[in-house]
Design a binder for this molecule. Structure first.
Ligand code: SF4
Ligand code: SF4
Length: 324
């Protein structure tokens, strides 16, 4: 075969360049973009749970361990070490280089995240993070493990920010609760007040993140103002007594003793002070940054406050600490 013929694209079907919102409007049935559904999770609420990860988040936390969760648009993730050089991705994409395998099978500058190449990759060297799912499709997966949930467990809606896709997340919660499944919501709370006001009627337990209370620091580390977050936590504490947990991600160099005291003061001043979980920073998300072609966050040079010291500060200031 001549070189010019080999290079000719044999695209299996036209690239879908529609945005997620356009596609939803055209296809009618409401869908959410979900990037993972994790079964047998034991850290996302009480008991054994299935966690549904909704894609898209209004915050840009410098330490994010799920970088594929930030954009709501499905994204191509590449794991070159898994490539077996089979060339099956080449016909899917005119942008890939058949004369330079395996390197030529990786992300071209012009990648539009259409996902056609990932569909045919046999080794998961190419994967798409994010797919549109209907309420029924999400519930079908979530209900597979219902016998394991028993009294305590259930389903957690997380992300990303599940409240950024609240109409579908709420419909999922309603459908699962109608079947007797306990539904928790893991949220960063940076959403409009009207959305937060709607939560207590549809969700059994809220796991709300509190990263920083000092406004400048919050802007510095997450790229967003925290006024709405603090207001949301206040509202939920009043509306959901006994049904709100606070999660504090402890990040090296981000919260010092002074900041933790301020956070404790804020939480103790709520109408129903909620129990608090301190979550330690880990580096498990680094390979995902590489797969997306992004530099991973580097907190290695930052002084880390030990978890025990942090929990002691919070407990001394009158908060109820939970085991994690
Ligand atoms: S996801 Fe990117 S590399 Fe893959 S077929 Fe689409 S445009 Fe080509
Ligand atoms: S289909 Fe997957 S394994 Fe085969 S060449 Fe492409 S990236 Fe490598």
């Amino acid at each position: 075969m001549k070189d010019s013929e080999r290079r000719k694209p044999m695209t299996t079907k036209p690239h879908d360049t529609r945005s997620v919102d356009d596609a939803q409007r055209e296809e009618g049935e409401p869908t959410a973009v979900v990037f993972d559904i994790q079964r047998f999770s034991v850290h996302d609420g009480p008991g054994i749970r299935t966690t549904v990860f909704f894609k898209g988040c209004p915050l840009h936390c410098a330490w994010c361990q799920n970088p594929e969760s930030i954009s709501r648009t499905p994204q191509l993730m590449l794991y070159p070490q898994r490539c077996i050089g089979c060339g099956k991705c080449l016909p899917a994409c005119p942008e890939l280089d058949p004369d330079n395998l395996p390197e030529g099978a990786f992300r071209p500058e012009t990648c539009r995240n259409c996902g056609l190449c990932a569909k045919v990759c046999p080794s998961e060297a190419r994967q798409m993070a994010g797919r549109k799912m209907t309420v029924d499709a999400i519930c079908q997966v979530a209900l597979r493990d219902k016998p394991f949930y028993r009294e305590q467990g259930g389903v957690t809606l997380g992300g990303g920010e599940p409240l950024a896709q609240w109409p579908v997340a709420r419909a999922v919660a309603d459908a699962l609760r109608a079947q007797g499944v306990h539904v928790a919501l893991d949220t960063a709370c940076s959403v409009p007040r009207a959305v937060i006001e709607d939560v207590p009627a549809h969700i059994d337990l809220v796991l709300a993140d509190l990263k920083l209370v000092t406004p400048d620091k919050h802007r510095q580390w997450t790229g967003a103002d925290n006024t709405r977050i603090l207001e949301s936590i206040r509202l939920l504490s009043g509306a959901m007594p006994g049904r709100l947990w606070i999660s504090i991600p402890l990040i090296p160099g981000v919260q010092d003793e002074e900041e933790l005291k301020r956070m404790a003061d804020f939480l103790r001043g709520l109408e129903n002070p909620p129990p608090v979980r301190v979550l330690e920073f880990h580096r498990l998300g680094e390979s995902k940054y590489e797969a997306l072609g992004l530099p991973p966050p580097d907190f290695s040079g930052n002084a880390a406050l030990p978890k025990q010291a942090a929990t002691d500060i919070l407990a001394t200031h009158g908060l109820q600490l939970m085991e994690t």
